[in-house]
Design a protein around this ligand. Structure first.
Ligand code: FAD
Ligand code: NAP
Length: 284
């Protein structure tokens, strides 16, 4: 990956800063976990919602929305985010340069990608890459509240090293939480995946097997999808093709600003973006 040099000057202080970066853990060169703590009372949010975080660079606020991976029960320790570094000079190159303790702007929460209360159905969480974040918040919160739900977490990545939260999810499964963790690696022949013995293929390609293996039926299962926008549409079309009605398939729709979003029908028919009115990314 060629990383352009980001020479923008990040403003050290601003009255807009209402939070600060308190911790960072790198998973790979371009995937990291960040904890941002509110300077005052933390915002209350629901698992599955997102916050918008930003900093001032060259005097201008640069901010982007991120799903919160932590539980609202631990907000006083900071909100946790799982972020991919995108090699263009927008927000993530600024975030990667921020020292611990630096001020940040946090607004929100927003989003309607939420668990339903007292939902006894099996939860099938389908994600790619950093799209696993909202499911971590949901799972942690159900665990802390002592209200576990039968859950299957399918996570698709290109490289096994990108399986963020793998150890946590494997441990939960081993410890008897009613959770089945199903990672899948989509570039199995790449040398970086040497030694990977688990499932292979993009996440939407393993859904039939998952449904068959776990007896997932439309009337007893609720499906949540988050991650790559085209994966979301493909997975949605796939689940609808298996008889899952639209209200039982919840998705965190996300598409780059101004780009037309294909419908699930377009995707199923192999057509790409276009056709339907532009569905633009949320708050920028
Ligand atoms: C509701 C919501 C929640 C989000 N949650 C997360 C999250 O938890 N973690 C996370 O990493 N991102 C998340 N994103 C994406 C995030 O807001 C930024 O778009 C992303 O971090 C890139 O920011 P940027 O400023 O570098 O580039 P942007 O100016 O935002 O985007 C520039 C281009 O990069 C593309 N892009 C965005 N993300 C990626 C990616 N991962 N790989 C390759 N290209 C990409 C965009 O499609 C766009 O074409 C979320 C977006 C939305 C709308
Ligand atoms: N709340 C939200 O809306 C939210 C939260 C978190 C993240 N996101 C978004 O989710 C996405 C995750 O990005 P990421 O960089 O972490 O991972 P990513 O690269 O999008 O995901 C990796 C996996 O997705 C597959 N993939 C890539 N393009 C695809 C396509 N067109 N159709 C189906 N599968 C595809 C890859 O397969 P190959 O190996 O074959 O390429 C790989 O298995 C980003 O767009 C991010 O902004 C949204």
């Amino acid at each position: 990956m060629v990383m352009p040099e980001d020479t923008r000057v990040i403003d050290a202080s601003s009255e807009l800063y209402n939070a600060e970066l308190v911790r960072r853990v790198d998973e790979t060169d371009d995937l990291a976990y960040f904890w941002v703590r509110a300077r005052g009372e933390p915002a209350s949010f629901e698992p599955g919602q997102y916050l918008t975080i930003g900093v001032l660079a060259d005097g201008r606020l640069v901010q982007r929305p991120y799903s919160v991976a932590s539980s609202p029960r631990t907000s006083r320790d900071g909100y946790e985010f799982y972020v991919r570094l995108v090699p263009i000079l927008r927000f993530t190159t600024l975030l990667w340069r921020l020292p611990i303790g630096h001020g940040m702007r946090v607004t929100g929460p927003k989003g309607r990608f939420l668990l339903e209360s007292d939902d006894g159905r099996t939860h099938l969480f389908i994600s790619t890459g950093t799209g696993i974040a909202p499911f971590i918040s949901m799972t942690r919160t159900l665990l802390m509240d002592g209200t576990p739900r039968r859950t299957i977490v399918a996570h698709g990545v290109s490289y096994a090293r990108e399986l963020g939260y793998r150890r946590e999810l494997e441990r939960l499964q081993q410890d008897g939480y009613p959770l089945t963790y199903v990672p899948t690696v989509s570039r199995p022949s790449d040398p970086a995946n040497a030694g990977w013995t688990g499932r292979t293929g993009r996440v939407e390609s393993i859904l039939d097997d998952l449904c068959d293996e776990h007896g997932l039926e439309p009337d007893r299962t609720v499906v949540y999808i988050c991650g790559n926008p085209e994966m979301i549409l493909k997975a949605e079309a796939h689940m609808q093709g298996r008889g899952f009605p639209e209200p039982h398939v919840k998705k965190e729709l996300y598409w780059p600003k101004g780009k037309a979003m294909p419908s699930a029908v377009d995707v199923a028919a192999g057509r790409s973006a276009g056709g339907r009115a532009a569905q633009v990314a949320a708050e920028r």
